[in-house]
Design a binder for this molecule. Sequence first.
Ligand SMILES: [Zn+2]
Length: 486
Amino acid sequence: MDGAHALVAAVHTLCEESLYPLTDDEFAEMMAEVEGAMRRLETVKHRFVADTERRSLADQAGFRKTHIYFERTLRLSHAEALARVRAAERLSPQISKQGEDLGPALPYVAAAQREGAISADHARRIAWIIKRLPEITTDAERENAERILTEYACEGSPDVLPGLGEEIMCRIDPDGTLTTEKDRQRRRGITLGKQRVDGMSELAGEITPELRAVLEALLAKFARPGMCNPEDPESPCTATAADDIDALAAAAQRDTRTSAQRNHDALLGFLRFDVDSTQLGTHRGLPVAAMITMTIDEVERAAGVATTATGGTVSIPAALKLAEGSRPWLAIFDGAGLPLHLGRGRRLASPAQRLALIAAEKGCTRPGCSAPASLAAVHHVTEYAKMGATDIENLTLACDSCHALIHDGPGGWKTVKLPSDHRFPGRTGWIAPPAVDSTGTPKVNQRHHIGEQLAIELAKIHVRDAIAAKRHRARLCPRAPSRTNH
Ligand SMILES: [Zn+2]
């Protein structure tokens, strides 16, 4: 009880105390500290759920389930109450019927949360990924997946976790036996909810990577600012009308819709005009169709993941199937070869160069930016005006807002191609202005290179395991010379 009283008192002080006297550094440090404490409080919530159940409080109050008890007594929403009970099931110690402590179902996640290293959001996403691993996954693989995801979560954003999970899924089934594909097919479905009194309906469901690839290609064109805007009579609504770049730019200026509203209007516009998919026109100089890249090695093994230009992933067998139908742009590259060299002939990159960049960089190259290739433009690392060549070695992908950050003035970013002896040779490094990073170290964007990130996390675990094993051996036989260890 003392802990709870002290917490309430501390929260009271934080609410009332003036934060103005703190320096910026002190303020930032305090924020991080409080964030860590709030994360640790999630573990307390799990304990509360477990104890509520142990004491049968729901039963005593006449409610059938624990979550209903929380809905009524703590005034939680149905969704929140249910999520809390489920989180406690996964993350608080499980007791067997014989009264034996089995530990939490997700031990790594539980430990990281107890230390305040990961948020409830991280934990929820990891649990969601683990739950969706295919049936054939072994216990060891499941534990390994949880460990990798937690390792990443301690330093990275929850937004990257689904991608990392996807990558793990595709590696659990290296022979390409389609099990995950079957699992996905089983889960697919779209539900059009009942029409409500106000005339609106809810659309919900889970879609396969194939549908996503096609849908994203369509949205990249029809949901752009300015397209299919019902509030603007002059907004272009068809692929052909969108080729008038000036009209589209003017319509985009007048567009005040949210991206969700634009997606809605894009579907309506596309379905209403019943556009044949072969007549979708072009978007950023490439045909609007699912664009898929994979390496020749992956095609040969028919295993791994292919990347779509819109940043999604599909399994290689699914990608090959997609390539048979309609007319996607299927680009296959060998690991290193991007042998495109057109010289300083033209200012605009050719479709082939753009495809090569999509295969190599997969999206905007500024560290931390999640814009997929479909939202990025080709940018010259050394500006064309300063004699930069339109060679693949001098081109990189950057989204419009990141591209605008690159300039010679104060606060401007710079880009460089990283040399062959660098850890990421050939990739584009971004140098932040001194206010952001005083060391001026070029950094790469790992958000579109989840496979590489996976390798880095695995390497960290291996190193830590090796050190732990060494310490363990040293403890067991302290006088043995370390040379005898292999
Ligand atoms: Zn960007």
